[in-house]
Write a protein that binds this ligand. Structure first.
Ligand code: AR6
Length: 168
């Protein structure tokens, strides 16, 4: 049901949906967002233009085009500003919103990157705890609706932190 793997989320072939750590414009960027747009091809940006952005903590879904899955779920994570700007609640809301959209679209297997812990500087340990707690609670509240939730972590340190959060 839950697992972590080290790697590139654009290469994952065993899920219905991958999550993009986007920005509120939904018009692409660096990091995992850039990698997803490059791998999906220009039609992804075309569809994103029709969405007119997305609020931090919410999510929107598109097709996946050249990617080996059916959907991309785009969620703008919070920018870490010291922890007093509702960053934790907003990050939990990202996971919750993505999982709700996945279920609404019949996507039973979903892969997440480490939302907000790159250029948005959310501390990784806290982000991993929020990610795992929110996903576990969601599964308890939606029994039988999801088969797999995995985190695809790009670097060794981030992978170890999520693995510990999941086991601990
Ligand atoms: N697969 C999986 N994880 C990746 C990949 C990949 N291909 N590439 C990077 N990561 P970031 P954020 C990891 O900065 O902090 C963008 O410009 C990365 O090592 O991508 O939410 C958006 O447009 C890190 O652990 O996302 C926004 O403006 C994690 O993904 C802004 O960055 C998240 O890093 C969002 O910032």
């Amino acid at each position: 049901m839950f697992r972590t793997i080290r790697g590139d989320i654009t290469k994952v072939t065993d899920v219905d949906a991958i999550v993009n750590a986007a920005n509120t414009s939904l018009l692409g960027g660096g990091g995992v967002d850039g990698a997803i747009h490059r791998a999906a091809g220009p039609k992804l940006l075309e569809e994103c233009r029709t969405l007119h952005g997305c609020e931090t903590g919410k999510a929107k879904i598109t097709g996946a085009y050249e990617l080996p899955c059916s959907y991309v779920i785009h969620t703008p994570g919070p920018i870490w500003q010291g922890g007093h700007k509702k960053e934790r609640e907003l990050l939990a809301s990202c996971y919750q919103s993505c999982l709700e959209l996945a279920v609404q679209h019949g996507a039973r297997r979903i892969a997440f990157p480490s939302i907000s812990t790159g250029v948005y500087h959310f501390p990784v340990e806290e982000a991993a705890g929020i990610a795992v707690r929110t996903a576990k609670r969601f599964v308890q509240e939606h029994p039988g609706e999801l088969e797999l939730i995995e985190w695809v972590l790009f670097d060794d340190h981030t992978w170890k932190v999520y693995e510990k959060a999941l086991q601990g």
